[in-house]
Design a protein around this ligand. Structure first.
Ligand code: FDA
Length: 393
C-alpha cells in the first residue's frame, strides 16, 4: 500500500465514502480505512435492507445537537435532490414509502454499489480489515500507525460513526481521537431505539406483540404521531423510536391512544346516543379489537355506558388520551439506530468540518453531535457532511 496520501478517511460508511469520492473527484489522493471486512454495513442493514437513504423534507429542525446551527450550512449546500440526482444517474429505482422518505425499490446493496463505483471512478483506494493503533501529528499532516503499516496523510477525516450495533463494527474510536486532540465529546445515548418494560407491563405487551396502532406520544417537549408496535420485550414502532430521542431513564411517556379524539366528549356523546352500548363495544369501534379487549382486562369496569358515571368515563378518557407509562429502559446499543451526542461541533468549522486550529483533522457524519430523527435524515446528514468536507479538502 502507498503510505502517503493527501487524505485518509477513517470509516467506510455513508459519510466516509461520500467524502472520499468527493475529494477524489477534486483530484486528491484518497485512502479509506475500515476495520470491518465490508464497506457500508449499516447502509446494507438500514431500512429493513432497503435503506431509507434520504428525506425530501429535510431541514435543520430534524436534528438534535447541543449546537443546533452547526448542521445548517452543509444541509443547505447538499440537499436531498442532489443525492437523488446522483443515484438516478446510476439508474437506482426508489420508492417514497411515507411522505418524503425515499427507499431503494430493490435492495440497499444497489445503493452501496453506486457509492463504491463512484469511489472507484474517483480513484479512491479502500483498505478493509485495517485497524489503527495510533494517530499523531507529523510535520504538516498526520501519521497513522495501522495493521498495514505506517501511513502519512495531509488530512485525516474521522467518519467512524456512533456506538450503535457494535456487532456491525461500531466503536468509540472517533470520540477517543477527539479527546486525544483536546476536543469535547457530549454525552452519548442510544436513540431511535425500542423501549423495554417491567414485569406486569412486559407481560401485557407480550400478549399484544405484533399489534400496531397509530398513537400520539409525548415526552420532555417531544411529540410524535406515528404507529406504536407492541413487542415481546416492550414497545417499538416509529412513535417509540422517535420519542426515545427525548426520553431519559425514569421518565414516563404520555401516550394518546386516540389522537385527534377527545375521548371524554366522545364517551359522553356515546352514552347519550346509545346508553346500552358497552364500554368494550365502544372501545372496539375506536381501537384494534385485541387492544380494546386488553384495555378492558387491564382496567375492568366494562358494562353499559348508561351505568358509568361521569367520573368513570373521565377515568377511561385519561387511559385513552393520556396513558402514562414508565419504560424500564431501552434496548440500548444492541438495536439502537443512532447515537445521540458525540464530538462537540463547537470546535469545528461548519463549512469545512476541520478542527479549528488543526485543519489536518476533520470529523463528519454520525460521530458528531448531530443526530437526525427517524425517516432518512441521518443518511442525509452523512451525505451532506461528507460532501461539504470533501469539497474543502
Ligand atoms: P457508519 O456507522 O455508517 O460508518 C462508520 C464506519 O466506521 C463503519 O464502516 C465502521 O466499521 C467504521 N469504524 C468504526 N470504528 C472504526 C475503527 N476503530 N477503525 C476503523 N474503522 C472503524 N438512517 C437513515 O437515514 N435511514 C435509515 O433507513 C436508517 N436505518 C438504520 C437501521 C439500522 C439498523 C441502523 C443501525 C441505523 C440506521 N440508520 C438509518 C442510521 C444510519 O445508518 C447512520 O446514521 C449512518 O450510517 C451514519 O453514517 P456514518 O458514515 O457516519 O457512520
Amino acid at each position: 500500500m502507498n503510505s502517503q496520501f493527501d487524505v485518509v478517511v477513517i470509516g467506510a460508511g455513508a459519510a466516509g465514502l461520500m467524502c472520499a469520492l468527493t475529494a477524489g473527484y477534486a483530484g486528491r489522493r484518497v485512502l479509506v480505512i475500515d476495520h470491518a471486512n465490508k464497506a457500508g454495513k449499516k447502509i446494507l442493514m438500514s431500512g429493513g435492507g432497503r435503506c431509507n437513504f434520504t428525506n425530501l423534507a429535510t431541514t435543520p429542525a430534524n436534528f438534535f445537537s447541543d449546537n443546533p446551527h452547526f448542521c445548517i450550512s452543509a444541509l443547505k449546500r447538499y440537499r436531498p435532490e442532489h443525492f437523488v440526482e446522483l443515484v438516478e444517474r446510476h439508474g437506482l429505482e426508489h420508492v417514497e414509502k411515507a411522505p418524503g422518505q425515499l427507499f431503494c425499490a430493490g435492495s440497499a446493496k444497489d445503493l452501496l454499489a453506486i457509492l463504491l463505483t463512484e469511489c472507484d471512478w474517483a480513484g479512491v483506494e479502500i483498505s478493509l480489515k485495517t485497524s489503527i493503533s495510533a494517530l499523531e501529528p507529523c510535520g504538516e499532516g498526520l501519521r497513522l500507525a495501522t495493521s498495514r503499516g505506517r501511513i502519512d496523510a495531509g488530512a485525516v477525516v474521522v467518519a467512524t460513526g456512533g456506538l450503535s450495533i457494535p456487532t456491525m463494527g461500531a466503536t468509540g474510536f472517533g470520540y477517543d481521537v477527539a479527546r486525544q486532540f483536546g476536543l469535547a465529546v457530549t454525552e452519548t445515548r442510544a436513540a431511535l431505539v425500542p423501549f423495554t418494560l417491567t414485569s406486569q407491563w412486559k407481560v401485557r405487551a407480550e400478549a399484544l406483540a405484533g399489534l400496531s396502532h397509530e398513537v400520539a406520544v409525548r415526552c420532555r417537549g417531544g411529540t410524535y404521531r406515528e404507529p406504536l408496535l407492541f413487542t415481546h420485550r416492550g414497545l417499538s414502532g416509529p412513535a417509540m423510536l422517535q420519542i426515545s430521542s427525548y426520553w431519559r431513564p425514569g421518565d414516563r411517556l404520555a401516550i394518546d391512544l386516540l389522537p385527534g379524539v377527545d375521548a371524554f366528549d366522545a364517551l359522553l356523546a356515546a352514552r347519550r346516543e346509545s346508553p346500552r352500548r358497552r364500554i368494550s363495544t365502544w372501545l372496539g369501534e375506536h381501537l384494534p379489537r385485541r387492544l380494546a379487549q386488553a384495555l378492558v382486562e387491564w382496567h375492568g369496569g366494562d358494562g353499559p355506558l348508561a351505568e358509568r358515571s361521569n367520573a368513570e368515563l373521565e377515568a377511561w378518557a385519561g387511559r385513552l388520551n393520556d396513558w402514562h407509562l414508565k419504560p424500564a429502559g431501552t434496548e440500548g446499543w444492541r438495536t439502537a439506530e443512532v447515537t445521540l451526542g458525540g464530538v462537540d461541533t463547537r470546535a469545528l468549522s461548519s463549512k469545512t468540518f476541520e478542527v479549528k486550529g488543526l485543519p489536518q483533522l476533520r470529523f463528519i457524519g454520525e460521530v458528531l453531535d448531530v443526530t437526525g430523527e427517524l425517516g432518512g435524515y441521518n443518511f442525509q446528514w452523512a451525505w451532506a457532511s461528507g460532501v461539504a468536507c470533501g469539497l474543502a479538502l
